[in-house]
Design a protein around this ligand. Structure first.
Ligand SMILES: Nc1ncnc2c1ncn2[C@@H]1O[C@H](COP(=O)(O)OP(=O)(O)OP(=O)(O)O)[C@@H](O)[C@H]1O
Length: 177
């Protein structure tokens, strides 16, 4: 089974994906590293720009029928059996990205993307089987247990677990208004 773990930068994809892969005994795949290794995409500054169709085509060829957890904010564009969309309070995204030294504009861009559900909407356009998990106030272990619980129960779709419009006032300082 292919499990795609997606979400806004800083939401915790890598941390959760590694742990989830370990618990399931699946291969862990970092999609950015995979693209670089396969020579897909071009570096623009420190950002990798990839052709999503080419990425999906190559991934399908290499991983069809295998068991893997794929970590990346484009992973929902791959053919996956399940897409896990991680969510976090946009303020947390802002703080984590600021800590990483991202420029203000990039912090704002990503906080805004989390606020208005950009990745969730994309994932729902691409795949029927989408599970949304709110990581706010949870440890990575708790998040992984929640995902494993849902998989164990056979849940294939669970969305609408967060509504960041309720916390809009707290998020304003991070936005590019
Ligand atoms: N419940 C949680 N789940 C995942 N990460 C968490 C959680 N709580 C705190 N964190 C922390 O948040 C940070 C998330 O970083 P991580 O690199 O995993 O995010 P990412 O979504 O993969 O980012 P990027 O897309 O930029 O690579 C880590 O420092 C992690 O320890």
């Amino acid at each position: 089974m292919i499990i795609a773990v997606t979400g806004t930068p800083g939401v915790g994809k890598t941390t959760v994906s590694r742990l989830l892969a370990e618990k399931l005994g699946y291969e862990y795949v970092n999609l950015r590293d995979y693209a670089i290794e396969k020579g897909i995409g071009e570096m623009r500054g420190d950002e990798l720009e990839v052709e999503v169709d080419e990425l999906a085509y190559n991934f399908e060829r290499d991983y069809a029928g295998k068991d893997a957890v794929v970590d990346g904010h484009l992973s929902h564009f791959l053919r996956a059996d399940l897409v896990v969309v991680l969510r976090a309070h946009p303020k947390l995204i802002g703080e984590r990205l600021k800590e990483r030294g991202y420029p203000g504009e990039k912090v704002g861009e990503n906080v805004e993307a989390e606020l208005v559900d950009v990745i969730l909407v994309e994932a729902l356009e691409e795949n029927e089987n989408v599970i949304e998990v709110d990581t706010t106030g949870k440890t990575p272990e708790e998040v992984v247990e929640e995902i494993l619980g849902l998989i164990g129960e056979g849940v294939k779709r669970r969305v609408g677990v967060v509504d960041w419009s309720e916390v809009y006032d707290e998020v304003i300082p991070y936005l590019r208004l």
